[in-house]
Design a protein around this ligand. Structure first.
Ligand code: THU
Length: 176
């Protein structure tokens, strides 16, 4: 066909991509990681979420030991809002230019999935939430520039730990 050779579907090579992930409860995390999760939980207090009522917090541990927090900020023009992870990453880069981001912890809760008047700390999602594609791409940029960023996804029942942003974004676009 047009001089190009074709290959039968059955002759194509299959392969799988495996993603390394660790699972534990928050209590099983090393103390420093538990503190970063606590920073992420605290960061949810600063969410501005009049539309989704879904409070997300992120905390980034910088190579100089400082922690930068971010939370999701919504807008009446919906796409103009931004996730907690990108708020934190952009703030981290803007306030600590050239400093590597070592770890990011993410936590989320919503009253909508609860019976209304539970204390905020108990409203956290039982299972972790995972950063959206745009946030993975944004974080990947800093990872490519400065080295791996461990990703800690907190849930009341389970916490997942990924060794890097790239592990959450197979076939990622890095440069051209
Ligand atoms: N959101 C985050 O901040 N991070 C995520 O990882 C997923 C979603 C926000 C965006 C929006 O403000 C709300 O959660 C509902 O999607």
């Amino acid at each position: 066909m047009n001089g190009l050779s074709t290959i039968n579907l059955k002759d194509m090579k299959d392969f799988e991509i495996r993603i390394p992930v660790k699972e534990c409860t928050v209590d099983e995390l090393p103390a420093a990681d538990r503190r970063l999760v606590e920073e992420a939980r605290e960061a949810t207090r600063t969410s501005y979420v009049p539309y989704s009522h879904f409070h997300v917090g992120a905390a980034i541990l910088m190579a100089d030991g400082s922690v930068v927090r971010g939370s999701n900020q919504e807008n009446a023009a919906y796409p103009s809002g931004i996730c907690a992870e990108r708020t934190a990453a952009f703030y981290a880069s803007a306030s600590h230019p050239g400093v590597a981001m070592k770890k990011i912890a993410i936590a989320a809760w919503t009253r909508l999935h609860n019976d209304g008047d539970c204390p905020w700390a108990d409203c956290f999602q039982a299972m972790p939430i995972s950063p959206c594609g745009a946030c993975r791409q944004a974080l990947l940029e800093y990872e490519t520039a400065y080295g791996p960023i461990e990703v800690i996804l907190y849930g009341r029942d389970k916490t997942y730990i990924f060794p890097s942003v790239a592990s959450l974004l197979p076939f990622c676009f890095t440069d051209f």
